[in-house]
Ligand binder design. Structure first.
Ligand SMILES: Cc1cc2nc3c(=O)[nH]c(=O)nc-3n(C[C@H](O)[C@H](O)[C@H](O)COP(=O)(O)OP(=O)(O)OC[C@H]3O[C@@H](n4cnc5c(N)ncnc54)[C@H](O)[C@@H]3O)c2cc1C
Length: 485
């Protein structure tokens, strides 16, 4: 997923074998010439501190309204000029107080004598990105507005509210840019990003506008931005986006698959199980997620994890929880109907079992995070030598454990699988133990020699990972895809 955190490591720590001299211009792909040619501040609404712009009106603007938000949009403030001015108040002039001198902005670090241009570029990208991360939403709005003024046709790729998809697109550019000093890591990262860009509908011709918009936005928000930094960003963009642009240009297969909803079963007011029959099987691995777009919420792509291992007929099962105020999940739970056509983006994600490992497996899943865990267990049931596996499946109430019956069924036929349900708010439920997932997991055994997969909300993953680390589990044994970005 494009949401992976940027590597914060020291660029000089990259494997020496991977340090390459700067490629010649012809190998770098097209360089960004017109970086200086950023147009004047865009007219597209931009969210600024204290004065939030309303979302754009688009042809499908109404379809994008979250239930209950039509009259009052969160974050929409009254323009200051529409508020009546208060009556003048006569005051004594205040006693002069010393004005604190504002701290000078930090100075960018110059290039080091012992680093290659790629190492310098990647290091500057990482440093500047760390500076702007706290303002990433404003940066994303600015980036989107610049992009739309440079390439107006790109507006149609985004929903009315651009912040979240623009943020995701930004990260998908900055992540490889921060890795241009490590070709061994960069290369495998580009393919899934290219698939993601194609699913979004980006065309090769739009990469130049992407670069200019990105650097224009960074220039606006980077506190230590200077000419050398700008050169570093241009170099990093050329090295990372050049191959992506070429791959998009060369791609022949369609970027997204389509499928038909063939089943919709509501388990409770906020939970549903959906079956989607793709027109052709979508190649993916058990544990991976797909991004999907539904007709009720055009252009609002969301990741969903299939709850079944890939099947010969390609049928996909999704377990969806409607989150409070959620635009897409509520529509999936409440309004998806058999016959709806869904668009299915490329598979991605790190959740999976390393076939070279022989260690026992611990899987911990909260709520609908059980879906990829069930898929992985179904997949392992097909292996000739499955590895002993314990699954902790947690939720607030028993209804949250949507995959529990299926896991129990598997465990009945496969002695390598043990299932431990955990319920927070229903201590009387006989099938599960009470308490929270992290407590139950730590109470349940010594996991320091297991491969561990975590799946569910970021808070559950954070709490469980922390409890396991305190309990002596090495960090590199824990794998997860948190259910957010
Ligand atoms: C790798 C991955 C796999 C996923 N798999 C599944 C799956 O199998 N089933 C499933 O139901 N969901 C899954 N999700 C979550 C899903 O993609 C959406 O994020 C979620 O449905 C909310 O989308 P929305 O448009 O309804 O909410 P939005 O309109 O995007 O957000 C509305 C509000 O809800 C909050 N929010 C967003 N996501 C969550 C969340 N997961 N939990 C709590 N609050 C949230 C937001 O911060 C915001 O305040 C997965 C996410 C990821 C990253």
């Amino acid at each position: 997923m494009s949401a992976e955190p940027l590597s914060a490591g020291d660029p000089t720590s990259g494997p020496a074998a991977e340090r390459t001299p700067g490629p010649s211009p012809s190998r770098r792909g097209r360089r960004l010439a017109p970086v200086r040619a950023v147009p004047p501040p865009p007219t597209t609404p931009i969210v600024r501190p204290g004065r939030h712009a309303a979302p754009d009106d688009t042809p499908d603007g109404s379809a994008n309204e979250a239930p209950g938000t039509t009259t009052q949009r969160p974050g929409r403030l009254v323009a200051p000029e529409t508020v009546a001015a208060p009556p003048p108040v006569v005051r004594q002039p205040p006693a002069p107080t010393p004005t604190p001198t504002p701290a000078p902005p930090p100075r960018p670090e110059p290039a080091r004598a012992d680093e290659t241009p790629e190492q310098h570029a990647a290091r500057r990208v990482r440093q500047t990105w760390t500076e702007v991360e706290p303002q990433v939403d404003e940066l994303a709005d600015w980036f989107a507005a610049l992009l739309f003024s440079l390439a107006p046709e790109s507006r149609a790729l985004f929903p009315a509210r651009v912040t979240e998809p623009a943020r995701r697109l930004l990260r998908s550019l900055v992540l490889p840019m921060s890795t241009v000093d490590r070709p061994g890591e960069l290369r495998p990262m580009l393919e899934p990003l290219v698939r993601e860009h194609r699913a979004l509908g980006l065309r090769a011709e739009q990469y130049e506008a992407l670069g200019v918009a990105l650097i224009g936005a960074m220039r606006r928000f980077g506190r230590t931005w200077d000419e050398a930094t700008e050169h570093a960003w241009v170099r990093a963009f050329s090295l990372a986006a050049g191959p992506m642009e070429q791959a998009v240009r060369a791609a022949a297969a369609p970027a997204v698959a389509e499928g038909t909803v063939v089943g919709h079963r509501r388990l409770s007011w906020d939970l549903a199980v959906l079956h989607v029959a793709p027109d052709a099987p979508v190649p993916h691995r058990a544990g991976q997620y797909l991004t999907v777009e539904i007709p009720q919420r055009p252009r609002m792509w969301r990741p969903l994890s299939p709850a079944t291992a890939p099947r010969p007929d390609g049928l996909l099962e999704f377990h969806v929880r409607a989150v409070e105020g959620g635009w897409v999940s509520r529509a999936m739970v409440a309004h998806a109907t058999p016959g709806d056509r869904w668009r299915l983006g490329p598979p991605a994600g790190r959740l999976g079992l390393d076939p070279r490992s022989t260690r026992e497996v611990l899987m911990v899943a909260g709520g609908t995070g059980g879906a990829p865990v069930l898929a992985l267990c179904e997949d392992m049931a097909r292996w000739t030598r499955p590895r002993p596996c314990t699954v902790f499946l947690g939720g607030r109430v028993p209804e949250d454990l949507t995959v529990l019956d299926r896991l129990h069924e598997l465990a009945e036929h496969h002695p390598w699988l043990a299932v431990a349900p955990v319920c927070e708010d229903d201590p009387l439920d006989e099938r599960s133990q009470p308490g929270t997932l992290p407590d139950a997991v730590v109470r349940g055994g010594d996991w320091s020699r297991h491969d561990i997969l975590l799946s569910g909300s970021p808070s559950m993953i954070r709490a469980t990972a922390s409890a396991l680390l305190v309990d002596g589990v090495p960090l590199d044994r824990i794998t997860y895809d948190p259910f957010t970005d």
